[in-house]
Write a protein that binds this ligand. Structure first.
Ligand SMILES: Nc1nc2c(c(=O)[nH]1)N[C@H]1C(S)=C(S)[C@@H](COP(=O)(O)OP(=O)(O)OC[C@H]3O[C@@H](n4cnc5c(N)ncnc54)[C@H](O)[C@@H]3O)O[C@H]1N2
Ligand code: MOO
Length: 446
């Protein structure tokens, strides 16, 4: 069987993902649905922000040269949401609220606390006397410094400034900024629809009765949960426990790729007499199977598989959006699905997700993928298989790496209590206490 390095297989998976990313395309979503999506374009500020010079305080807008003791006639109110009709006449003041537009002719805002006017809901006074100008707000001549408590137009960002880069995931704070600039819609990368298929005649869904030799199926729920946690997918069908027969596996693959852009399969990819997943998928154009020099996660398959055209799928009349809305009956002519065939051992499936699926889902959005890495010394020594990159399940504690359990790919409870994977390079067969290990912090660690 072909044996490739971890880096070589990752490169293959990322290349396949980049090809599918181009076909997935983009869509426009309302700002209220944009959180967590990946921007398809650079987004620049269409206007200056703040949109206009406005007051930072409830108080009085005044012209230049006001000093402690100045008394000024008050010509009116400027509540937030309104603008004075014309400039502020010289030698006058206008009562102004936080966020209200500072009129032409005003040089500064005097907070109400610095005046003889009571704070709060009081009638508009005829005059205001400035009682206090703290030293830090005075010009050398003692007058109130120009610009005091005025938020200038464009102070935050000028029109044309970059707010979001193409391929950047939109945070809640981005959403707030885009709303501040009146942007009601965002062009985002279309999220792939993801399906999961677990194969194995020994598997029964949790909650079902179990015959001798059977086990409860757990990979499909785990893989669907890991995928959901990335925020990079639309949840699609999850099929737990398809029997190891060519017809059952082939039927499930056709059905699921008909409804998904990405299919994760688990099981049936090693050397067993009943490993039908590999046998069936190997016959599809575009699928590669081989052994990756890593443990767990050695046996892997990956490819872009042409999707069987479902009966009755129509061509879109306007020639647009060949992907439709991800529902039944979309036009699948020429469409391909990314199939990642993961090993069935539960720890192997989980490690394969971290090693290949997580970066693939980022690449499907054209998003740069960054792991949370730490380099820490091993607390204890342990062995590692020669020629394989080992992903040890560990806990990071007191700036050291503590291994959990052994290397067995069936140790699911240890997997669940891990908060990181420690990588032992292929050429290292023994880790000594104090040896530095690169660790990937697990995204959904408890
Ligand atoms: N002769 C060889 N045997 C094996 C090799 C090999 O190179 N030569 N590789 C081993 C490695 S490494 C792995 S990993 C596994 C991968 O096997 P498969 O992907 O074919 O997986 P299965 O045989 O179907 O299952 C392996 C194991 O995991 C359990 N399993 C499978 N699916 C699920 C599921 N959805 N939920 C819970 N548990 C599952 C299954 O019962 C088996 O115990 O092959 C080694 N063998
Ligand atoms: O490589 Mo398998 O994935 O050890 O357990």
């Amino acid at each position: 069987m072909t044996r490739v390095s971890y880096d070589a297989h990752l490169k293959r998976v990322l290349g396949l993902s980049a090809r599918l990313a181009a076909a997935l395309g983009q869509e426009t979503v309302p700002l209220t649905s944009a959180y967590g999506r990946v921007s398809a374009t650079e987004i620049t500020a269409p206007e200056d922000l703040p949109l206009f010079a406005n007051s930072q305080m409830d108080g009085f807008a005044v012209g230049p040269g006001v000093t402690c003791g100045s008394t000024l006639p008050v010509i009116g109110d400027i509540p937030a949401g309104q603008a004075l009709d014309g400039p502020l006449p010289p030698g006058t003041a206008a009562r102004i609220m936080t966020g209200a537009a500072v009129p032409e002719g005003a040089a500064a805002v005097v907070p109400v606390e610095w005046t003889d006017v009571p704070a709060g809901p009081v009638p508009l006074p005829e005059h205001v006397t400035v009682r206090d100008v703290p030293a830090e707000h005075r010009d050398p001549d003692g007058s109130l410094a120009a610009g005091t408590y005025v938020r200038p137009r464009g102070d935050d960002v000028p029109a044309g400034a970059t707010l979001v880069r193409a391929g950047e995931r939109l945070s809640a704070r981005h959403v707030g900024t885009l709303g501040s600039l009146g942007l009601a819609q965002v062009q985002v990368r279309r999220r792939p629809r993801l399906a999961v298929l677990s194969t194995g005649s020994e598997l029964v869904p949790p909650g079902s009765p179990r015959a001798a030799g059977q086990i409860w199926e757990s990979n499909s729920a785990m893989l669907a949960a890991l995928a959901a946690g990335t925020g990079d997918v639309e949840a699609g069908p999850v099929v737990a426990a398809v029997h190891d027969t060519p017809a059952a596996v082939a039927g499930a693959v056709d059905e699921l790729t008909g409804h998904a852009d990405v299919l994760l399969t688990s099981g049936g990819v090693s050397a067993g007499a009943f490993d039908e997943t590999k046998a069936v998928l190997r016959q599809r154009d575009g699928m590669w199977f081989g052994s990756v020099a890593m443990q767990p996660g050695g046996p892997q398959g990956a490819g872009l598989v042409p999707v069987a055209q479902p009966a009755g799928a129509d061509d879109p009349e306007d020639g647009s959006d060949h992907r439709g809305d991800g529902s039944h009956g979309r036009n699948d002519a020429g469409r391909e699905a990314l199939v990642l065939a993961l090993p069935g051992n539960p720890v192997s499936a989980a490690v394969s997700f971290e090693a290949f699926v997580r970066p693939a889902l980022a690449a499907l959005h054209g998003r740069a993928f960054r792991r949370r890495l730490r380099s820490l010394p091993a607390a204890e020594g342990f062995g590692s298989p020669a020629g394989k990159l080992q992903f040890a399940r560990v806990r990071l504690h007191d700036d050291a790496v503590y291994r959990l359990g052994g290397p067995g790919s069936h140790l699911v409870a240890h997997l669940a209590s891990a908060d990181a994977l420690a990588l032992v390079p292929p050429e290292v067969t023994a880790v000594a206490p104090g040896d530095r290990l690169e660790c990937w912090e697990l995204e959904d660690r408890g």
